[in-house]
Design a protein. Structure first.
Length: 700
């Protein structure tokens, strides 16, 4: 099963058209093609002429549509819940079925709850591996290789990988294609010089990377300190504003205090004058009352004399009494006036005393306000002084960091120039080496030998997506798909199904058709060229059909779906060749099976043994990062190398050898355009790999 992806989703294209109105219905039909954990009903069997019985229910991985047709049972709306799958497979695993035991182990390794249970996974893998079930042995070896639930043990990993491959007497290691001829002295010299230059460039690149990290850290620190300084300056400006306001408040409070003191003094002077007037009135009233009493006594005396006199004497006395009575009335009126004035002056004095008391209260408030304003002003002056001191310290630190950043940038520029020089030197040496070795793709590769075994029938599903409806359109995907399909059909005898600009339903329908029709006598290669995307949250990769919508994975096809489909297939050899952004999310386990430097006869014997084992391999154009789409030609960088190596094969070409040849070419191509791209080759996890190998067999 070979899968090749090209291109990265990068937002909607200006010329994109809307998805058809039937897209939702197509999604619903496409979901029926996805694998589920299906419980098939038991078979009705006849024993003898009278006894009829029903066998136990069987668990299989098949499509939802096939499960329904066969009368099976599956959970329709909770397929991502591993507990659902565990209910299906656990009873069979407990009965000793090695495939079910492996599936249960994978369920625990993926994580039944919050986190994976590697101990439980190891226990189930061990039970199945001891029965000789190769996929369980591969999974168990991966646990030892990575130290998951067990101590990391490369020797134990190697033992289980060997058992899975059926090659306990062969050494495993990182494969390397056997040289077809002894290199010349000049070629050896060029290779050594190229390797030296590469080491120097790697060292300088590492130095540059350190310089870049240091520069980025310094820039981050400088930005943080600048932000802190700006924040401190803002706080200082606010404090200064508060200080100015406080000083104004202090001045206003002092003014109010002075005004209150003047008002109190004026009111006290006015009240003193009012009290003096009241005292004078009281003295005058006292004198008037004395005068009035004397006049009243005169009137009473004259009245008594009038009673005892008569005639002219009486008349004179009456005249005197009348005059005295008039004087008495006048004195009494004066007394009434003085009393009225005294009452008015008393009331005015009482009012002025109340006003004076209020003014004295205002004076106390003004004094306290002036004291508080003075204290606040002093506090703000201290805060402003402390803030100015801190800001001055941070400004000095910021200046030192900027100077350090300038020195770092100078070192970075020097390192970058040295890397560029070494890269130019490496490119020059590569060009000389290429000229001395002949044109790219011209040297034959592969084993010129008769196939040791019948490899079966080869099939290919080739998909190329250029014209996306809502995403950026691609340039090379259709060209890549057509050329790969032509080579596979004409040079290797593949039965090819070609899909161009396929939507989600068409892609899943084609995969499901292959799952239903192919058998263990077949080998399958799927080539997909199109957009790829990565969900940063769960690190899950996706293939994007032409009806994919930006920002919504409803129509995307995840690598988890593809792995489930592969796991449900019965074909012998599967190879996934993925040329797209983030294609490395299909697998992160690298397991090599062929040792480098062995003879062609020994390699043929190994191929013969491995051809009997199922393989589920993936070859990716890179890890979990974007990859090159095109370097100027009609094919992507990875597809061009894939096509060239297939053209150069003269016989049998194992997938590992294809990978090593492509890795060198893709890396060199990426270096020429100042890029980085390192292909990977590994088993697809949870897809049933049994340590086999996919072999390309040239016609004739």
């Amino acid at each position: 099963f070979a899968l090749l992806l090209a291109g990265c989703a990068s937002g909607p294209d200006a010329s994109a058209t809307a998805a058809p109105s039937g897209a939702a219905g197509a999604r619903g039909r496409a979901d029926d093609l996805l694998p589920v954990d299906c419980l098939l009903p038991g078979q009705i069997r006849q024993l003898g002429g009278q006894l009829t019985f029903v066998t136990a229910r069987r668990a299989v991985k098949t499509s939802a549509r096939d499960c329904e047709i066969r009368g099976g049972e599956y959970t329709a709306f909770d397929r991502a819940d591993y507990r659902t799958a565990l209910k299906v497979w656990l009873p069979l695993a407990q009965e000793g079925d090695p495939k079910a035991q492996t599936v249960v182990g994978e369920i625990y390794e993926k994580g039944l709850g919050v986190a994976p249970d590697y101990q439980a996974a190891r226990a189930w893998y061990l039970r199945a591996a001891e029965k000789g079930y190769a996929p369980a042995a591969m999974n168990l070896g991966a646990l030892y290789e990575q130290g998951l639930g067990v101590p990391k043990d490369q020797r134990q990993a190697l033992i289980w990988y060997r058992r899975a491959a059926g090659l306990p007497d062969l050494a495993f290691g990182v494969p390397a294609p056997a040289p077809s001829a002894k290199p010349s002295a000049e070629e050896e010299r060029l290779r050594a010089e190229l390797a030296k230059t590469q080491r120097e460039r790697d060292a300088k690149q590492a130095e540059l990377d350190r310089a870049l990290r240091e520069r980025d850290d310094l820039r981050t620190t400088v930005d943080a300190r600048r932000t802190e300084s700006d924040s401190d300056r803002g706080a200082l400006a606010k404090l200064r504003q508060e200080l100015d306001a406080s000083r104004k408040n202090e001045q206003a409070a002092a003014t109010r205090l002075r005004d209150a003191e003047k008002s109190v003094a004026a009111r006290e002077t006015q009240l003193a004058a009012r009290d003096k007037e009241i005292a004078d009135l009281r003295a005058a009233l006292s004198r008037s009352e004395s005068t009035s009493a004397a006049k009243k006594a005169d009137v009473d005396r004259l009245q008594q004399r009038i009673a005892s006199e008569s005639g002219a004497q009486r008349a004179e006395l009456e005249r005197q009494r009348s005059a005295a009575a008039a004087d008495l009335a006048k004195a009494q009126a004066e007394i009434d006036g003085l009393r009225k004035s005294l009452a008015e002056r008393g009331r005015a004095a009482d009012s002025e005393r109340g006003q004076l008391a209020t003014l004295k209260q205002d004076l106390d408030v003004a004094r306290r306000g002036e004291q508080a304003a003075t204290a606040r002003g002093k506090e703000l002056e201290k805060q402003v002084a402390a803030s100015e001191a801190r800001l001055a310290t941070k400004d000095r630190e910021l200046a030192d960091m900027r100077a350090k950043l300038a020195r770092s940038e100078q070192g970075e520029a020097a390192a970058r120039a040295e890397v560029a020089r070494l890269q130019a030197q490496q490119q020059q040496l590569s060009a000389v080496h290429a000229r001395s070795a002949g044109p790219a793709g011209a040297r034959p590769v592969g084993l010129r030998a008769r196939a040791p075994v019948a490899f079966g029938t080869y099939h290919a599903l080739v998909i190329g997506n250029n014209n996306y409806r809502q995403l950026r359109r691609l340039r090379t995907a259709v060209h890549d798909a057509r050329e790969v399909a032509r080579i596979l059909e004409s040079s290797y005898g593949f039965k090819v199904t070609l899909l161009l600009d396929a939507d989600r339903y068409q892609m899943l329908s084609a995969l499901n058709t292959l799952r239903e029709t192919l058998t263990e006598k077949d080998n399958l290669l799927i080539y997909y060229a199109g957009h790829g995307e990565l969900d940063a949250k769960n690190q899950r990769g996706y293939w994007l059909p032409v009806d994919a919508e930006p920002g919504s994975n409803a129509n995307w096809i995840s690598n988890v779906m593809i792995t489930d489909i592969l796991n449900a297939m019965n074909v012998q050899q599967l190879l996934v060749v993925a040329d797209s952004c983030y294609s490395g999310t299909l697998t992160r386990d690298a397991v090599a099976n062929l040792a480098g430097g062995i003879s062609e006869q020994e390699k043929l014997r190994v191929i013969q043994v491995m051809a009997q084992k199922k393989s589920r391999m993936v070859m990716t154009s890179g890890g979990v990062e974007p990859v090159l789409d095109s370097t100027g030609g009609i094919h992507s960088a990875f597809a061009q190398s894939f096509i060239e190596v297939l053209r150069s094969n003269v016989g049998l070409l194992p997938g590992q050898d294809l990978y090593l040849l492509m890795r060198a070419r893709v890396t060199a191509t990426a270096m020429r355009v100042e890029g980085q791209q390192l292909p990977e080759y590994a088993p697809i996890k949870y897809a049933g790999h049994e340590a086999g190998e996919f072999v390309f067999v040239r016609k004739g």
